[in-house]
Write a new protein. Structure first.
Length: 675
């Protein structure tokens, strides 16, 4: 935008701000507006107004409403964000410009930390939030947006939505711990990317610090060999070594080992004092600038590659029909609520029950959405996968009440309809080994989940990325069904990466996503490991791995299961089950390896589980079942019955349960289970 005097400004329109506290918004704006530093984007003003309008409600009546407008006004920074200037050492910006950017970012961060009466933590430091003026001076932006919107007391809970996962330190990913070292870790990622590019950072992310410093220093020495002035070359090479050493220390796993921003600035100022005076040229050659978005584009192409020809047309269920079967998404039909939206029970006229999920997020591309929907409905079918029945999207303006006033909000609604499972999600059945589900049931859940994931990875080439207990549903026979398989493809890569971090607990995110935002099939394998641990030992069991090694953890959990199994199993059965428990724990820990390349494939996991089943003796002879196959002679308009006799051939008691592949078609007289 431009003011009356011709001054250019940047205007950021805030969306979905109906619930924002007006006083808190204004007070926090005043605090942030006081920040003045050459390396910080200046916040100039804000807009907080409402517009009187008339809206039509669903019942056709018209009512006055208030449409709220909130926006922030910043100084305009000509060259855009640092993101588009990031490249490796062989192209893009010259070293002296990169050093100026690195030093300026550190100066700005130091001012936020120690130049104010109350230290300000950024918590979303990344290249997109660093702007460059005409002289390539960096300016930190969006340092106060989270506080303006959510307030200090909620920051930890909402970093998932506001922050960016690739720049989060390990202690936040694992324990949601926030300290001044949070921004230092993000700074380390940024410095490394400025020096060697996003691709180079991804390739070097697993290097030991010493090897990283040597690798980057040697590459820049080759590049700087082109510098004619020997003294200038020596200064630049030393600055490269200094910067990559700082970055390496900032990326330390232990937050206490990371340097303070004050110390970083001192080191960089010393390195700058020896720098040969240089006229900074304005970068105008667009061909010399490498965009770092190539990886996202490639991944997006892979995500959006779908079957070109579909022979079966899905059943059409418009959103109005979904409203009808859920009683207009009423509270009494609400089954649950998560990050993606709310799930309702839908009941058709014939009594069929379905689950309807009303999503919070819009889709990126309607054409991709349509093809994806058809593919998931017509092609993806497996006994351990929740069957998608329909998915629809609709955009319209809706009236809602805010502070006693009717306001108009534009909403895009996405809803999907899938199978309904009365037993709910796996999350409600998770407990430690001392109580809850027996081992055989837990093993079947583990095996079924793995079979479902194997189908996704091997048969239909789908990466789930949202795998966790609440997304695994259980049917009436406790058979697991993986749900929400549509989310990655519906949202697209960019939105998927953003929403992964807000989807749920951070513990399900593998290290390579946290540090490099890499999404691969090994992402799901890591999440699977967490799930197996929780199924076997309870919701918080995986946190014990922080305080003990793998061997100690296996002995602890195995000991608990041995005690419980002794009460229900004897002889070879007990030994076989204990070996199966141990193997499942070992598989889970392999899945949770920090190095993604050391995690097993899902095919190998299923193979290992199959082998454990040979350890359990065949107990098929405990009961004599007669007849082995039930035959029903059809008699029109008459009940059909068949007698099944069970006889225990052992001295011990044997539990039994009668199951039917089609339980709704048969009425079984009691007992259907017993001892």
């Amino acid at each position: 935008g431009a003011l009356e005097n011709g001054t250019k400004v940047a205007v950021k329109v805030l969306r979905d701000m109906a619930a924002l506290d007006d006083k808190a918004f204004r007070d926090e704006f005043q605090n942030v507006a006081r920040l003045k530093h050459q390396n910080i984007v200046q916040l100039l003003g804000y807009c907080d107004e409402s517009e009187k309008i008339t809206v039509e409600l669903d019942d056709g009546t018209k009512t006055p409403a208030e449409k709220i407008h909130k926006a922030l006004c910043f100084e305009y920074v000509d060259n855009g964000s640092l993101h588009k200037y990031i490249s490796d050492e062989n192209q893009g910006l010259e070293w002296h410009i990169r050093f100026k950017i690195i030093k300026g970012i550190c100066e700005g961060l130091k001012h936020l930390r120690v130049g104010l009466n109350k230290p300000l933590w950024h918590l979303d430091l990344k290249p997109d939030n660093i702007l460059l003026d005409r002289g390539m001076t960096p300016k930190i932006a969006d340092f106060g947006i989270a506080r303006l919107i959510i307030g200090d007391e909620k920051t930890r809970k909402t970093i998932n939505c506001v922050g960016t996962c690739g720049y989060w330190p390990p202690e936040f990913v694992r324990f949601q711990f926030i300290s001044e070292a949070f921004d230092i870790f993000s700074l380390g990622v940024i410095i490394t990317k400025i020096m060697i590019g996003t691709k180079g950072y991804n390739e070097c992310a697993t290097m030991q610090p010493r090897n990283l410093v040597k690798h980057v220093h040697n590459n820049w020495k080759k590049k700087l060999h082109e510098v004619v002035n020997l003294r200038e070359r020596e200064v630049y090479c030393q600055q490269v070594k200094t910067c990559i050493e700082i970055a390496s220390k900032c990326l330390a796993e232990d937050r206490k080992q990371r340097p303070r921003i004050q110390d970083i600035v001192v080191i960089l100022r010393e390195a700058d004092e020896t720098m040969v005076p240089q006229q900074i040229e304005q970068v105008t050659d667009e061909e010399s600038i490498l965009s770092s978005s190539e990886g996202d584009a490639e991944a997006s192409a892979k995500i959006n590659t779908l079957i070109n020809h579909l022979s079966i047309n899905p059943t059409v269920l418009p959103l109005d029909k979904l409203r009808e079967i859920t009683n207009n998404f009423s509270e009494d039909r609400l089954l649950g609520e998560g990050r993606f939206g709310r799930v309702y029970k839908g009941i058709f006229e014939d009594g069929q029950i379905v689950a309807v999920k009303l999503l919070k997020y819009a889709v990126e591309d309607n054409e991709v959405f349509r093809h994806t929907k058809n593919y998931l409905i017509d092609v993806v079918r497996h006994k351990n996968i929740v069957q998608l029945l329909e998915a629809v999207t609709e955009t319209r303006e809706e009236a809602t009440e805010h502070n006693g006033k009717i306001v108009l909000v534009k909403r895009t609604r996405v809803a999907n309809c899938s199978e309904y499972f009365r037993n709910g999600s796996l999350e409600r059945y998770i407990s430690d080994e001392s109580h809850g589900l027996d081992w055989c049931t837990r093993y079947r859940i583990i095996k079924g989940t793995c079979d479902g994931l194997r189908y996704l990875h091997k048969e239909v080439n789908i990466i789930h990325v949202y795998l966790k207990p609440s997304n695994i549903l259980l049917d009436e026979n406790m058979v697991p069904k993986i749900g929400d398989i549509s989310m990655t493809r519906f949202l697209g890569v960019a939105e998927t990466k953003r929403t992964i971090t807000s989807f749920g607990t951070m513990e399900h995110l593998p290290p390579e996503f946290v540090t490099k935002q890499v999404i691969s099939k090994k992402f799901d394998i890591y999440s699977l490991g967490i799930i197996i641990i929780k199924v076997m030992a309870g919701m918080s069991a995986h946190s014990l791995l922080h305080d003990m090694n793998s061997k100690e953890f296996i002995e602890l959990v195995l000991g608990g299961w041995s005690k419980r199994l002794q009460a229900t199993s004897k002889g070879r059965s007990l030994d076989g089950y204990c070996q199966q428990v141990k193997k499942c724990l070992e598989i889970a820990l392999e899945c949770m390896e920090a190095d993604m390349h050391r995690r097993p494939s899902i095919a190998n996991i299923v193979e290992m589980l199959d082998e454990t089943e040979t350890l359990i003796p065949d107990n098929g002879d405990l009961l004599d079942v007669h007849p082995m196959e039930l035959r029903f002679i059809f008699r029109p308009k008459k009940h059909i019955s068949c007698l099944l006799q069970l006889h225990n051939e052992e001295d011990d008691s044997v539990a039994f349960r009668l199951l039917s592949n089609s339980p709704k078609r048969y009425l079984t007289q009691r007992p259907i289970c017993g001892v």
